[in-house]
Design a binder for this molecule. Structure first.
Ligand SMILES: Nc1nc2c(c(=O)[nH]1)N[C@H]1C(S)=C(S)[C@@H](COP(=O)(O)OP(=O)(O)OC[C@H]3O[C@@H](n4cnc5c(=O)[nH]c(N)nc54)[C@H](O)[C@@H]3O)O[C@H]1N2
Ligand SMILES: Nc1nc2c(c(=O)[nH]1)N[C@H]1C(S)=C(S)[C@@H](COP(=O)(O)OP(=O)(O)OC[C@H]3O[C@@H](n4cnc5c(=O)[nH]c(N)nc54)[C@H](O)[C@@H]3O)O[C@H]1N2
Ligand code: SF4
Ligand SMILES: [Mo]
Length: 750
């Protein structure tokens, strides 16, 4: 009988959708990859990208030994014990001299991994670190702040059932952001009863499918959204009884909206007034509406205001709670911190939103003589030198710090600036998961198990954090003896002992994740240790939402119910439906103090009113183009793949430009150009594309990484977008960068 390879269930790590995969492997390589039909959420769907995943697992930039930077800048290999010992010593010296809050934590997870970040909580407590940031604080924090203020929670769309789907600065055909995006988009487009509305200056693949495509002039969404709201008001399409029940009075907002000159705002945004009226009417009359915004408005002028106006579209029309509308789901572990938080950054006094310092503030909080400046940074699973605005300034900031520690799988642009680099096992060599949205009304959670043995010389992040905590003196084996004993006796016994220990021993409670890892984790079996934290998350979920968990088919109550969820996660690496909810529950999950929606956000009402006096964006002679720096394409996946050879198309990461602009510049498809902004310049090839307006150019994200070519020479392929961006062009409230709105000039090169 022919030998048949075993298929193993896992998930794609290339975007936040985390589609279920089935894979076969041989000799450390993926040999076959297909969508997992048994995954309850993705149901067999994948896009084209995971077929290339072997380029993540195997590449020339993988690091497999801890590295220490020598005074001459070169790295030397050191042992793990040396690395852990020296890092613990350096960071505790900084803590003892200046205070642990002078050590900034950055990262904690990418598109497919979050357990490292969750375990880092122990190391952070052990060192007294108080401040953190990650990539969410350069895209989603404005939106989080609005959602926190209005709802005290984060609603999620239900496009599968929505009568009307609205995308604001979002191209789900390529970027996804919800499960099975392409079939769902096609279904909506095909169904004459349903509508797809897209606000995007480029005729994207999603816009091509739309019933109504509003081709806004870049940066003018606030005008279109305000006009749509005013039309809803004029035509009295608000859901008054619903608003009276669930929302606070909106008089102050309505008074400002009353003043919106619809025709003029449409003209400023460059969209036909008739189309805007039709879009507003379709939304106002719909059975159900789901809306999703993304970088096109978050990384553009009026970022946080855009988020507010976008939410008002569905709230004023009563599209919160219900099939096809926006709903509040359950959470397995927390990805984001509390919405209620009045802290600010230590130097600049910038708002900390959901526990995160704005990414754009990081260099300012370092490059200063201010006594409260950061003196060290601990970076895990993030590549801020490449991914945050103004790469040169980020390099300068890192180089000025007393200690930079990086945990990564690869030698990255950021790792090159570290004093210590700790090599992590890859996301297919360890237990991992994400805490990204799990879906509503059925919430699917997937805990992956190792597909490959760990690369020699690497450790998992949970193990690294455990070793650091031990070296910092946060625990000893004696502290854990009783818990270890209990773990051997089973989950029930462990639960009781754990509860007692957390209540009576603050020293252990402070490093809870590592305690779970070292006790329950060690009892789960080789390689499964990191799963221990999900036992805690399962218990929290079962305690907080017992009825939702029971509706998903789990039996028992209290700790027994949590144990049932945890066992299911261990047994089903293809994903588990952990909660199931009726749509009505959404209104019970409004998390504001008095459980009512706030329609008025005073901080943003003034900005809305001031739009009236805003000059439309004007091109200048020096910088005639608006560059969208970082477009999602079939050939991009953040910086998860380092080998440019993963790309079949658009290998050089072309600058897209309209035919008219190309002709004026005298450049043809495939021709080379230099892009220059006030901050820097980069060379690339041109793709002439009739999807763009004149004056609007786009560059892909994730390009411009250094990687060895066939002769072993390190080469940068494509343009690194953040050599061109600046940290000062940003939202006033959330400090999100205007990456979609970078003024630029383009010149041909020979
Ligand atoms: N293939 C692929 N998918 C990905 C990723 C990836 O790297 N590659 N990254 C993932 C990540 S981290 C994220 S955050 C998401 C981002 O997902 P998206 O936000 O959907 O991705 P982008 O292509 O950056 O931007 C969306 C759209 O904004 C439009 N836009 C530009 N300027 C404006 C404007 O002024 N107004 C409006 N309304 N639109 C504008 C662009 O034309 C573009 O179509 O994608 C995720 N998915
Ligand atoms: N100009 C411009 N800049 C942008 C964007 C844009 O549109 N334009 N998009 C922004 C957005 S929305 C985002 S989300 C960010 C993304 O930027 P980052 O947050 O920097 O995320 P990734 O590129 O996904 O890189 C994650 C890092 O994790 C590492 N890694 C992979 N697996 C593991 C693992 O198992 N353990 C550890 N420890 N590390 C691992 C990778 O090698 C990589 O260094 O980029 C942002 N930057
Ligand atoms: S949609 Fe995202 S998670 Fe799904 S297969 Fe494509 S890249 Fe992977
Ligand atoms: Mo992102």
């Amino acid at each position: 009988m022919a030998h048949r390879e075993e298929w193993k269930s896992t998930a794609c790590i290339l975007c936040s959708t985390n589609c279920g995969l089935q894979v076969q492997t041989q000799d450390g390589h993926f040999t076959r990859i297909k969508g997992d039909k048994t995954n309850p959420r993705s149901r067999g769907y994948t896009c084209e990208k995971p077929a290339r995943l072997d380029h993540y697992q195997n590449h020339a930039d993988r690091i497999t030994t801890p590295l220490r930077r020598k005074p001459d800048g070169a790295f030397e290999a050191i042992g793990w014990d040396t690395a852990i010992g020296e890092i613990a010593a350096k960071l505790s010296t900084i803590r003892d001299t200046h205070g642990g809050e002078k050590i900034l934590y950055y990262g904690g997870g990418g598109q497919g991994n979050h357990l490292g970040g969750a375990y880092s909580a122990a190391t952070r407590r052990a060192l007294g670190m108080r401040y953190a940031s990650n990539a969410l604080a350069q895209e989603k924090t404005g939106e989080f702040w609005v959602e926190g203020t209005m709802f005290g929670g984060r609603p999620e769309p239900d496009f599968e059932h929505a009568a009307v789907a609205v995308f604001v600065g979002k191209n789900p055909w390529h970027s996804h952001g919800f499960e099975r995006a392409r079939p769902i988009l096609r279904d909506i487009a095909r169904d004459s009863e349903r509508h797809l509305i897209v606000l995007d200056p480029r005729r994207t693949e999603t816009a091509d499918l739309a019933d109504i495509w509003l081709q806004v002039i870049p940066g003018t969404d606030a005008f279109v959204l305000a006009a749509m709201l005013k039309i809803l008001l004029d035509e009295d399409r608000l859901d008054h009884p619903w608003l009276a029940t669930y929302a606070h009075d909106g008089a102050e907002l309505f008074a400002v909206l009353e003043q919106v000159p619809v025709a003029e705002y449409c003209a400023r945004a460059g969209v036909p007034e008739g189309d805007v009226r039709r879009a507003a009417r379709v939304i106002g009359c719909a059975e159900s509406v789901s809306v999703l915004e993304d970088l096109g408005v978050e990384m553009a002028p009026h970022s946080t205001l855009n988020s507010y106006l976008e939410k008002l579209l569905y709230v004023l029309t009563g599209n919160l709670g219900g099939q096809g509308a926006m709903n509040f789901g359950t959470h397995m572990g927390k990805l984001i911190g509390s919405h209620r938080n009045n802290r600010t950054s230590p130097v600049g006094g910038h708002r900390i939103i959901t526990g995160l310092i704005p990414c754009n503030a990081i260099p300012e909080e370092i490059l200063t003589n201010h006594p409260d400046r950061f003196r060290a940074i601990f970076i895990e699973s993030g590549n801020p030198v490449h991914s945050l605005a103004d790469s040169p300034r980020m390099r300068e900031a890192l180089d000025s710090l007393e200690c930079v520690v990086v945990i990564d799988v690869a030698m990255t642009e950021t790792a090159r600036h570290a004093h210590y680099i700790l090599p992590a096992a890859s996301q297919y060599e360890k237990v991992e998961t994400t805490f990204f949205g799990g879906g509503f009304p059925r919430h699917t959670f997937l805990m992956r198990q190792p597909i490959f043995p760990m690369a020699e010389g690497t450790l998992t992040e949970p193990e690294i954090h455990s070793r650091l905590c031990r070296a910092l003196g946060a625990f000893t084996d004696a502290d854990l003896a009783e818990l270890r004993q209990a773990a051997e006796e089973g989950l029930e016994e462990f639960g009781v002992t754990f509860q007692k220990a957390m209540g009576s021993n603050p020293k252990l409670a402070a490093i809870l994740p590592v305690v779970l890892y070292e006790t329950l984790g060690r009892s789960l079996g080789d390689g499964l240790e990191p799963a221990a934290l999900l036992w805690g998350a399962s218990q929290t979920l079962a305690a907080g939402e017992p009825a939702s968990v029971q509706r998903a088919g789990f039996e028992g109550e209290g700790p027994e119910l949590g144990n049932a969820v945890f066992r299911a996660l261990l047994d089903h690496p293809n994903g588990v439906v952990i909660t199931s909810d009726p749509y009505e529950i959404t209104m019970e999950r409004i998390g504001t103090d008095d459980r009512k929606i706030r329609l008025v956000i005073p901080e943003l009402i003034q900005e809305l009113a001031d739009l009236v006096d805003e000059e439309p964006p004007k091109a200048t002679d020096e910088y005639p183009f608006i560059l969208a720096a970082g477009e999602r394409r079939t050939s991009t996946a953040n910086t998860i793949f380092r080998n440019p050879g993963w790309r079949r198309k658009d290998v050089d990461g072309a600058l897209r430009m309209s035919p008219g602009d190309a002709e004026r510049l005298g450049v043809e498809d495939g021709g080379r150009v230099r892009i220059t902004t006030k901050r820097g310049s980069a060379e690339t090839v041109v793709e002439v594309s009739d999807t763009l307006r004149d004056g609007h150019i786009t560059l892909p994200n994730g390009h411009g990484l250094e990687y060895p070519d066939e002769e072993g020479n390190r080469r940068v392929v494509g343009a690194p977008p953040n050599e061109l961006t600046s940290g000062e062009d940003r939202d006033w409230l959330a400090l999100t960068p205007w990456h979609k709105h970078v003024r630029a000039r383009v010149e041909t090169v020979a």
